[in-house]
Design a protein around this ligand. Structure first.
Ligand code: FAD
Length: 421
């Protein structure tokens, strides 16, 4: 075991701060199992393996051999990206010292500290990290269920074949047809995501089907970057997009997938393409592990991302209930670094620094018209709290908007390299 002199000295400096229970000095390597190889999980696995100099045994369990990013999937819908550019394998994660298992985790025994996989394998852990993303709340949109209707009215909110299906359906719309989006209630993955998607669908339709209409049925009174999106839709897609909030029936929607109808406040309307983004909750394995509460999300300690239900379990990204950070890939990546530092400190005695988190969410409205919102965050006893935030302004000049879009391209290249190597 390479619990070397540097790590040992680090542990003495960290005394009192993070040295509650170093597990196995002089024994077999401490084992960390990570479930979910997305934004949070791939990052934490890579950082644990890289920064522990081989002192930790890190296993990543991911259901799919290839990860397709939701981030930038709207740009694929708009014709700004190739689908393949969203896809990332795990070869470099494995080359970095992580054991990658492509299987689905089906059970967690927190008392025995084991994870069971669909293939029958049982993995023991000293620390478990859960970053399984979101699952859908069945029944949140009356008439729609993920199992029965996602091929007719796609969600495209877990990227992959669903994203391709949605694009082909938009392209197949009849001239002058209607695209409807059923927007999700709070809290959900990527607050500006539905509205960036509307912008990209509008961009696509403007070129191929300019008399088509877009309806957004929204249960929320207001939404992320609202003024920026409304300004952009007026400027680029005048008259094409109609937003119907709860006051006008946006929160009382039923869908009839078999007849391609939506029922808004009792009134039936035929549509040609319907994107249902249902209500969400923590990924199923977090529920199975028993670390979620009645909200459906998993509460964590703001200074570490450690589960409030179990000191040996960490929850990252969308599944966690942490405070002010949005459910974004950037946020999950940022949280993963804090968790990796804490786990190393717990298991090897390395030094832990005070947690800091950051996030920025970019959205493309039209070619070279990018906007952003972001913040930095620090833990308080209650939550991860926003300490400093910024947002693009309405009326910005074209050069600034272009620069903002270009910044987002750099961000995507950088963050996917950080996650997947
Ligand atoms: C349309 C859209 C646009 C977005 N745009 C942005 C953006 O511009 N910027 C941004 O920062 N974020 C964006 N996001 C949000 C971002 O995709 C998520 O917040 C982020 O992926 C969350 O990371 P995560 O690790 O929690 O989950 P994920 O990245 O979803 O990873 C979860 C992984 O866990 C795996 N998994 C789940 N359960 C199991 C199991 N039982 N066993 C094994 N594996 C399992 C899944 O296969 C998946 O690979 C967008 C999202 C959408 C839908």
């Amino acid at each position: 075991m390479q619990l070397n002199r540097r790590l040992f000295i680090g542990s003495t400096f960290a005394a009192g701060a993070m040295l509650s229970a170093p597990v196995v000095f002089g024994q077999a390597k401490p084992r960390v199992v990570v479930i979910g190889g997305g934004a949070g999980g791939a990052t934490v696995a890579r950082y644990l393996a890289k920064d522990s100099d081989g002192a930790l045994d890190v296993t990543l369990v991911e259901a799919n051999p290839i990860y397709t990013t939701c981030f930038f999937s709207n740009l694929y819908l708009g014709g700004f990206r190739e689908f393949e550019s969203l896809q990332h394998g795990y070869d470099k994660v494995a080359a970095g010292g992580v054991t990658v298992i492509n299987d689905r985790a089906t059970g967690v025994d927190r008392a025995a500290r084991t994870v069971t996989l669909a293939g029958g394998q049982v993995l023991a852990y000293d620390r478990l990290v859960l970053s399984p993303g979101i699952d859908f709340r069945d029944g949140s949109v009356p008439g729609w269920s993920a199992d029965m209707h996602a091929e007719i009215m796609p969600h495209a909110y877990k990227a992959g074949p669903q994203t391709q299906l949605l694009k082909s359906m938009v392209e197949a719309m009849p001239e002058g047809g209607t695209f409807a989006m059923i927007a999700p209630p709070n809290p959900y993955r990527c607050p500006p995501g539905p509205y960036e998607r509307i912008s990209m669908v509008a961009h696509l339709l403007k070129q191929k089907n300019p008399t088509a209409k877009i309806l957004i049925l929204d249960p929320k009174e207001k939404y992320s970057k609202q003024a920026l999106f409304e300004e952009g839709w007026g400027r680029h897609y005048d008259g094409m997009v109609e937003w119907i909030g709860p006051e006008f029936g946006g929160g009382a929607v039923e869908v009839r997938p078999e007849t391609m109808e939506i029922v808004v406040d009792g009134e039936v309307q035929k549509v040609d393409c319907c994107n249902v983004i249902p209500g969400q909750m923590a990924g199923a394995i977090a529920q199975t592990a028993g670390v979620t509460d009645e909200s459906g999300w998993a509460p964590v300690h703001p200074d570490s991302m450690k589960s409030k239900a179990d000191d040996n379990v960490f929850v990252l990204g969308d599944s966690s209930a942490q405070g002010d950070m949005p459910k974004s890939g950037f946020a999950a990546n940022s949280q993963a670094k804090v968790a990796a530092m804490t786990i190393r400190a717990d298991l090897t005695g390395s030094k832990a620094f005070p947690a800091k988190y950051t996030n920025t969410c970019w959205s493309l409205i039209a070619p070279d018209d990018g906007v952003k919102v972001g913040a930095s965050y620090e833990p308080t006893p209650e939550k991860i709290a926003s300490v400093d935030s910024f947002i693009s302004a309405t009326g910005e000049d074209a050069a600034l908007r272009k620069a903002t879009y270009e910044e987002s391209l750099g961000w995507y290249a950088g963050i996917t390299a950080d996650m997947f190597g």
